[in-house]
Design a protein around this ligand. Structure first.
Ligand code: ASP
Length: 395
């Protein structure tokens, strides 16, 4: 990465050694890796997201939220295509009164005058209070976090960095909204915003179903080799007890889950099995019938070389499509997730599934707005103030 070569030593260290550098006591300083999303933090963020969505229903609640971070400004530096992540971060900022600005194309910035990326980022930190970034370079946001830490040590201005998608590697805030959706599906909590708990209704029909993400089977289908969202979500889920993961991918070296990741998941106690079709069986029963939560993904064609494109053109993708017949084998409560976009040509989830009550992907994307707002509240250390205004909102 040239200009960030001085961070090579930091980059090469094992992940667990790095993580403390992105923390400030019990709070995140930067969000770079999905591994930073611990169960405790997820629970805190879930509660805040529930409060924010509840308050947003009324004009009074909206006005109170809009005041919460009205003194903050955010830079959205998105030089890799994005629809949902960009817009939901922008909407999250708007909910909290944070002013936003954006750079989506370096052709419109001084990078065309040979300004280094490091200088650009430091300039953003002069004008803004948080930098939310997505680039094709996997380690870029991590390097920016080191740059900010270095500035802080020199007692210069430093701001939080949020990784909003890094190359084919990591997408921690997608894992955050996926987890929020999973937690909302499998929770006992009677939040103040809803009069009933869907989970308790579920438990009446499935007494063996336990609350929370633990003791469940997650089926991931599609491109595990380049799909950063599946890997980030699997990393977060591996922190919970007795989790089983089924990875269903075409049998191609680029698309299967990498060995190192499977070894890491197994070392954490996850039971992992790999398959080449959604119709596969495990222990004599269809894998779909054993699934508590289905995570569909698209084939990430933008990462294909010409040779891989030609090879993938020969592969029959029909075993990786969620047809209505396959959906009928899934458990009646199993949420169907997809990080989106779905591939309208391949059709891994045909639109005929959209009306299925288990199809959560549009709600999942909306959840991203609430939980990203909660993340901003957390990063700006405004959780107590949020509780306070939530209390007033209820009086
Ligand atoms: N939107 C997700 C991402 O940015 C998923 C995808 O593109 O397939 O990784």
């Amino acid at each position: 990465m040239g200009e960030f070569d001085s961070f090579k030593y930091q980059l090469d260290r094992p992940l667990d050694v790095k993580l403390s550098e992105f923390q400030r006591n019990d709070r995140l300083k930067h969000l770079i890796f999905a591994a930073q999303l611990t169960p405790g933090l997820l629970e805190k963020l879930r509660r805040m997201a529930d409060m924010i969505r509840h308050m947003s229903r009324t004009r009074q609640g909206n006005m109170q939220l809009k005041n919460l971070l009205a003194h903050r400004r955010a830079m959205l530096y998105f030089t890799q295509p994005s629809t949902r992540t960009f817009l939901s971060f922008m909407a999250a900022c708007q909910i909290l009164g944070i002013t936003c600005n954006e750079v989506r194309d370096t052709a419109t910035s001084s990078e065309t005058k040979r300004e280094s990326k490091a200088d650009s980022i430091r300039m953003f930190s002069s004008y803004f209070d948080v930098i939310i970034m997505r680039t094709m370079i996997s380690e870029f946001s991590e390097c920016c976090a080191y740059l900010m830490n270095q500035l802080e040590l020199q007692e210069m201005r430093s701001v939080p960095i949020i990784n909003a998608g890094a190359g084919a590697d990591e997408h921690p805030t997608q894992a955050l909204l996926d987890m929020y959706t999973i937690l909302r599906t499998f929770t006992h909590d009677y939040s103040r915003e809803s009069k009933r708990s869907r989970f308790i209704e579920l438990q009446a029909s499935y007494p063996e179903l336990v609350a929370g993400p633990a003791r469940k089977t997650y089926l991931f289908c599609g491109d595990m080799g380049r799909g950063r969202t599946a890997r980030s979500l699997a990393t977060v889920l591996s922190q919970y007890e007795q989790v089983r993961m089924f990875f269903v991918t075409p049998d191609h070296g680029e698309l299967i889950m990498e060995r190192a990741m499977i070894d890491k998941l197994r070392a954490r106690g996850v039971e992992v099995h790999e398959f080449n079709s959604l119709d596969a069986q495990h222990d004599g029963h269809p894998i779909l019938a054993q699934t508590d939560c289905l995570y569909m993904t698209r084939i990430q064609r933008e990462h294909n070389s010409a040779q891989v494109e030609a090879e993938l053109g020969q592969i029959d993708l029909s075993p990786f499509k969620l047809t209505p017949a396959r959906a009928s084998v899934l458990k009646t409560y199993a949420p169907i997730l997809h990080p989106f976009p779905r591939d309208s040509v391949v059709g891994e989830i045909p639109t005929s599934i959209d009306a299925d009550p288990r199809a959560m992907y549009f709600r999942q994307a909306r959840n991203g707005m609430w939980i990203r707002a909660a993340l901003l509240v957390h990063l700006f250390d405004a959780a107590e103030e949020l509780m306070l205004i939530y209390g007033q909102f209820h009086q």
